[in-house]
Design a protein around this ligand. Structure first.
Ligand code: ADP
Length: 456
């Protein structure tokens, strides 16, 4: 069901329930007060009959009885029955009055408590009247025609009023739901226009305060993220196809040339060597991409790992790869506690790979010594910095070098695929850490990695 319809339905049901309860209350109150009023009238009538007929001793006088029958009856359908001591019927305002009900209630009348009962719309009050030490029981009944007519009129008014109000409630509900949902419809219309090729568009953020504005802001943030992801995906594809095509084209060229022109075994062996070199490039590239994909899957065993051992291991690998380079290890500030130092939750192999990538880059893109420093940035954070004084990176490329397969323009003379930094960043993020790169062209670079230490 559409939210608009849901809102209209709930609003209508709620207001209708309040309105019906109010109508029922008004009707009940009115009916109760009508009954009370008429009972009071009947009681007054019964007392009057007692005074007129019993006190004056007119019961015995036939003429007064006749007068009473003609002139005293002022209620619609009024009937008076008087019982004397011992339950003897003394007087009837009409000869046709049925006494069955009166007889039933006769014994229930007490001086304190008159009786009141109804048969259909005829209501009766029976009370005790004492005169000269004798107890008389007087029943007066009548039909409250005016009261019932008033009640029926009220019922009709309430019925018509409620039906009319129902129509108004539905219209009001529809109007309010429509007004409240208008901003959402506007956002939906704008979002519908945004496609994969127009991810740079943004939704109107309105007053930037209400819930709809919050939704639009969140959506815009998501769009910005999507746009960035889309762009890096495009750049990744472009770079990947380029990187794969070059060694494949070289391999194809080498093999074709060898087939057509190699005359001696020595020439063929030389061609095969070149071919193998190209295939090795392809294997390295594929391995790099696989490592990145694996790190992307986010599965990370998190046993406590000694970061200083990872750094030492990475240094060993780097020294083995570049034996003539001066790679220095320095220690930064250490915590004062006796607990095990340099412990981080994570995966030792991945952390070693990440630090080795940074050392490898520092060696590739600089000629002088490289410094690694390891220390605590604060009690909960470990910091590794790799600093070189090499070719540096142009400011506009600093963010891009973290994209998979992206290589800075000044570094293409060195071997590489542009995967090391992307992989390192992924590994650091997997460990809940952060990576930063500060670089000045032709002066050098410093890559900093911050990792959360094992909680004590
Ligand atoms: P690769 O070094 O294999 O090309 P990386 O992802 O490790 O791939 O680095 C991406 C790019 O960033 C490199 O091609 C290089 O242009 C630049 N870069 C990385 N580290 C350094 C550094 N220490 N000094 C200068 N440039 C660097």
């Amino acid at each position: 069901m559409l939210i608009r319809n849901k809102l209209i339905l709930r609003f209508t049901l709620l207001v209708l329930a309040i309105q019906l309860s109010f109508s029922a209350f008004v009707y009940y109150f009115h009916a109760a007060s009508r009954e009370q009023r008429f009972t009071n009238r009947l009681t007054g009538k019964a007392a009057l009959s007692g005074r007129m007929l019993i006190k004056r001793g007119s019961l015995s006088k036939g003429f007064f009885g006749a007068f009473r029958r003609r002139d005293l009856l002022t209620l619609v359908g009024e009937q008076v029955s008087i019982y004397g001591p011992g339950g003897r019927l003394l007087y009837l305002s009409s000869d046709t009055i049925s006494q069955a009900q009166n007889m039933l209630y006769l014994s229930r009348i007490t001086p304190e408590k008159p009786v009141h009962f109804a048969t259909g719309r005829r209501e009766t009050v029976g009370l005790l009247y004492e005169h000269e030490g004798r107890a008389y029981r007087i029943f007066t009944s009548g039909i409250d025609e005016f009261g019932w007519a008033q009640l029926e009129k009220l019922r009709l008014i309430l019925l018509v009023g409620n039906v009319g109000a129902l129509v108004l409630i539905i219209l009001a509900g529809w109007y309010f739901a429509d007004e409240s949902l208008k901003p959402i419809s506007r956002v939906v219309r704008q979002v519908e226009k945004i496609t994969a090729s127009s991810l740079s568009q943004r939704v109107d953020e309105g007053n930037q305060r209400d819930e709809i504005a919050q939704l639009a802001i969140t959506f815009n943030q998501m769009l910005a993220g999507l746009e960035q992801a889309f762009e890096s995906q495009k750049s990744f594809l472009a770079h990947a196809s380029h990187q794969l095509r070059t060694p494949l084209a070289n391999l194809l060229g080498t093999l074709e040339t060898s087939l057509d022109y190699d005359a001696t075994l020595a020439d063929t062996r030389q061609s095969l060597r070149s071919g193998i070199e190209e295939v090795r490039h392809l294997v390295e590239l594929t391995n790099g991409l696989l490592a990145l994909a694996k790190a992307d899957s986010g599965l990370l065993p998190t046993e406590p790992v000694r970061l200083d051992e990872c750094v030492a291991q990475a240094l060993d690998y780097a020294r083995a790869k570049c034996p003539d380079r001066d790679l220095r290890l320095e220690f930064g500030p250490l915590p004062t506690t006796d607990a095990d130092v340099f412990m981080v939750p994570g995966n030792a192999q991945l952390l070693t790979t990440a630090i080795f990538n940074l050392l490898d880059n520092a060696c590739k893109y600089s000629q002088a010594s490289v410094t690694v420093s390891l220390g605590y940035a604060d009690a909960q954070t470990l910091e590794v910095r790799v600093t070189d004084t090499g070719i540096g990176i142009a400011p506009h490329e600093i963010r891009r070098v973290f994209e998979p397969l992206y290589r800075a323009a000044n570094g293409t003379a060195q071997p590489g695929y542009g995967l090391g930094l992307a992989l390192t960043q992924k590994i650091v993020q997997l460990h809940g850490g952060q990576i930063t790169l500060v670089s000045v062209l032709n002066q050098g670079s410093t890559v900093g990695v911050w990792l959360p230490a094992v909680a004590e």
